[in-house]
Design a protein around this ligand. Structure first.
Ligand code: FMN
Length: 402
């Protein structure tokens, strides 16, 4: 996705420890081709040097509302930029923004812009929990700004607790910026449920049967559906990749739990995408305690797990589009077509297992998309994000009767 190449982003930096991480945000945005105008508050300059931001963005850093030779900087910056991101946003800055103050360059830019605004708070957990901060954040959301919830994790001071307050990681901020700038409303107003990742079937108290799925394909689909304006629920087995910001997540462990979660999620769902790789077999008699090796090698009897598509078919709301995946080692198209018919799917995505650049764990995939009506489309090797876009292009087409 090159949504941000050549795009103008105003990156506001306020005076918190996390401002050192904003250097990585600025760098990643600039590396993707964005033109990043950094605006620092006076306090922010105590934490990171303007020269560092100048070096990573290749552009001048702004910090003064009244600077010689630069009258009306705030108006020009506010008008020319397509998105304003404030990261980190201190409690003090959030209070000033909520009050509509314009007493420094960054606050003035916020009042003067009509671009979307993304606020990324970072502060001590007690500052975040303070009722005044809660009220200020609510006000910003009311105005229409996107305010990310801070992460839970170690805060700057080693003596502090680990409640919410930590700034979201640079990669996540960049992902949200990309999504905001590449807004596409082709799935707006729809509820999309995506399953992702493997499931685990217990053998005893500590061992399980699973597979090599990372969840990357399902997560790419969830991120792409979010970008297109859908409300997304991700039903996830244990994932090897981070979940995109903004989707509701239901974590499950076994195939039976995934089936139950899909059934619960189906009412009101417009599109169900089954990108998970649930285990097909489970130990028939899992031991409650750990099986001791001193007792010899146990026999492992397996039984079928729930077939999620079959078991939840009666719960599909009328008109719900269902997309399945078929991971095959041979005869992909024939096997995928048979599954499409047997499971009552609208579309199936066949992908080869064990081929270079495709399948589990890989960053890329090679797929064949088969719709209920129509020919098979063989797509070339592409990133899983690209595959997700190709699948959802077709889903949007089916929804709109094309
Ligand atoms: C070492 C240090 C770290 C700070 N870290 C934070 C922080 O993470 N979040 C916050 O809201 N305020 C933090 N503050 C307080 C702000 O710097 C202070 O409220 C300042 O007025 C913010 O100004 P600004 O919002 O204009 O940048 C910190 C202060 C110091 C001295």
């Amino acid at each position: 996705m090159q949504a941000i190449e050549g795009r103008r982003i105003l990156l506001g930096v306020t005076g918190g420890i996390a401002s050192y991480k904003t250097v990585a945000v600025a760098r990643q945005l600039a590396q993707r081709g964005a033109l990043v105008d950094v605006v620092m508050t006076r306090s922010a300059r105590e934490f990171v040097g303007a020269i560092t931001f100048e070096a990573v963005t290749g552009r001048a850093v702004h910090d003064a509302l009244i600077a010689e030779g630069h009258a009306l900087d705030h108006i020009a910056l506010a008008r020319e930029n397509e998105l304003v991101v404030v990261a980190p946003a201190t409690a003090d800055f959030i209070a000033r923004a909520a009050a509509g103050r314009a007493d420094d360059l960054l606050a003035a830019c916020l009042v003067a812009t009509s671009a979307p605004v993304l606020i990324v708070p970072a502060m001590n957990d007690r500052m975040w929990a303070h009722p005044q901060t809660t009220a200020n954040v609510a006000r910003l959301r009311e105005i229409g700004y996107t305010v990310l919830d801070p992460a839970v994790g170690p805060l700057a001071s080693p003596t502090e607790g680990a409640g919410p307050g930590r700034m979201r990681e640079p990669e996540e901020i960049v992902e949200i910026v990309e999504r905001t700038l590449s807004a596409d409303a082709s799935l707006a107003g729809l509820r999309v449920v995506v399953t992702a990742g493997p499931t685990r079937e217990p053998m005893d108290a500590v061992r399980f049967i699973s597979n090599r799925s990372s969840g990357r394909m399902g997560v790419a689909l969830a991120a792409e559906a979010l970008r297109r304006g859908a409300a997304v629920e991700l039903i996830a087995g244990p994932l090897g990749v981070p979940v995109p910001h903004g989707c509701a997540v239901t974590n499950v462990e076994t195939t039976g739990e995934m089936a139950a979660a899909v059934r619960d999620a189906l009412p009101g769902t417009d599109v169900l995408v089954m990108a998970a790789a649930p285990a097909d077999f489970r130990p028939a008699h899992p031991a409650v305690a750990k099986i001791k090796k001193e007792h010899g090698v146990p026999a492992l009897e397996l039984e079928r797990t729930t077939d999620i598509l079959v078991a939840t078919r009666d719960a599909r709301p009328p008109g719900c589009l269902v997309v399945g995946f078929a991971l095959e080692t041979e005869d992909i198209e024939a096997n995928a077509r048979a599954k499409l018919a047997a499971k009552g799917l609208d579309m199936i995505v066949g992908n080869p297992a064990g081929e270079q650049g495709a399948g589990f764990g890989s960053e890329t995939n090679i797929v064949t998309i088969i719709a209920r009506t129509g020919d098979a489309e063989h797509l070339p090797l592409m990133s899983k994000g690209g595959v997700a876009a190709a699948i959802l292009d077709r889903v949007a087409g089916l929804r709109h009767g094309r």
